[in-house]
Design a protein around this ligand. Structure first.
Ligand SMILES: [Zn+2]
Length: 132
């Protein structure tokens, strides 16, 4: 059993190609994960799709993460503000750590996450890559 990493916080969507979240039905604020109370005090949310575009708020390089990601190390992980406002943590790929900068535009791509089990089942999910 490995500890939950930021990347593993992606849920198992019924349709894993979509990047979905929640929008407050009162003020329109968006969240990647379902919240109790919105900052406006509302409790009601509608599901929504994110367009997959965002900007890097902060980033770091991971040298020894969870075992399932060891073959990918070192890799970059960043906090990203999506265009719709929600903030998420994701692996940032197709780049070198020293090429990244705060405020850089990124876009969601669908990529291999990790292999599991003796049969080497490949799990896929959304990652982000810089738009140069
Ligand atoms: Zn609200």
């Amino acid at each position: 059993m490995f500890r939950e990493s930021p990347i593993m916080r992606w849920r198992n969507y019924s349709d894993r190609y979509r990047l979905t979240g929640y929008k407050c039905t009162n003020c329109g604020k968006t969240y990647f994960e379902k919240k109790g109370l919105c900052t406006c005090g509302n409790l009601d949310y509608a599901e929504m799709d994110f367009c997959g575009k965002g900007k890097i708020v902060s980033f770091t390089q991971v040298h020894s993460g969870p075992a399932v990601f060891s073959e990918q190390a070192p890799y970059c992980v960043g906090i990203i503000d999506l265009e719709e406002g929600a903030r998420i943590t994701s692996q940032i790929i197709d780049c070198k750590y020293d090429e990244l900068k705060i405020g850089q535009e990124v876009e969601a791509v669908f990529r291999k996450f990790y292999k599991s089990g003796e049969k080497g089942i490949i799990h896929y999910g959304t990652k982000f890559r810089p738009k140069f």
